[in-house]
Design a protein around this ligand. Structure first.
Ligand code: CDP
Length: 209
């Protein structure tokens, strides 16, 4: 089984995807980490994430062994990720890795922006996880503060708005729910309630065949 989870920044995709993978005994891939790793590699080399040649070279050279780097979770990596993510060459370079990962037994949960639309259009289950901008900014702020990163709440909200706008407006693989995705709004749901709602949706889909 392949479960595709898409949605805007800090909607709760990662937490939900990890729990679903454990529950159903599937592998888990955070595809945002791939774009973050490419963005961060360009920044670390002193380059500009919007420079197509530099970003594509970094995407082709990406070593999945480095995906656990805690620096990937920072806002600088997030902003750089959404800049490299508009480049078709970068997306193309990362596509085979994601598809190969999904094809491996026993199946996988992948989360990102274009999993249900581009990476795994054949996924049995597609969820589009979303929440209000205020809720998402609140969650991201808490996540950063918990990690000891000093941030200003207005800045987190602004960064997130900018990133969502860039992700939704780009011409290749924009952030949009697949036609056959089920939308899960987590604005009023904590992690446990979101997980329960998703398991419920998946069981219903499966029994409906
Ligand atoms: O964790 P958060 O939701 O903030 O972001 P992420 O999933 O780590 O993704 C970081 C950035 O990578 C996004 O803003 C997108 O621009 C890009 N991305 C993408 O274009 N396609 C994906 N499948 C995953 C991420």
């Amino acid at each position: 089984m392949i479960i595709a989870i898409d949605g805007p920044a800090a909607a709760g995709k990662g937490t939900l995807a990890r729990r679903l993978a454990a529950h159903f005994g599937l592998n888990y891939l955070d595809t945002g980490a791939l774009y973050r790793a490419v963005g961060l590699a360009v920044l670390r080399a002193g380059g500009d994430p919007a420079d197509a040649d530099a970003a594509e070279a970094a995407a082709r050279a990406l070593d999945p062994a480095g995906l656990g780097d805690p620096a990937l979770r920072g806002e600088a990596a997030g902003a750089a990720a959404s800049k490299v993510a508009v480049l078709p060459g970068v997306r193309a370079a990362l596509l085979a890795f994601q598809r190969d990962y999904a094809a491996r037994a026993p199946g996988a949960v992948l989360d990102g922006r274009d999993i249900g639309t581009v990476v795994c259009p054949e996924a049995e289950v597609k969820l589009f996880v979303t929440a209000s901008l205020e809720k998402r900014a609140e969650r991201r702020l808490k996540e950063l503060l918990d990690k000891g990163v000093s941030v200003i709440s207005e800045q987190v909200l602004r960064d997130m708005q900018e990133r969502d706008a860039r992700d939704s407006a780009r011409s290749v693989a924009p952030l949009v729910p697949a036609a056959d995705a089920v939308v899960l709004d987590t604005s009023a749901l904590d992690a446990d309630a979101a997980f329960a709602a998703a398991v419920n949706m998946i069981s219903q889909r499966h029994s409906a065949g």
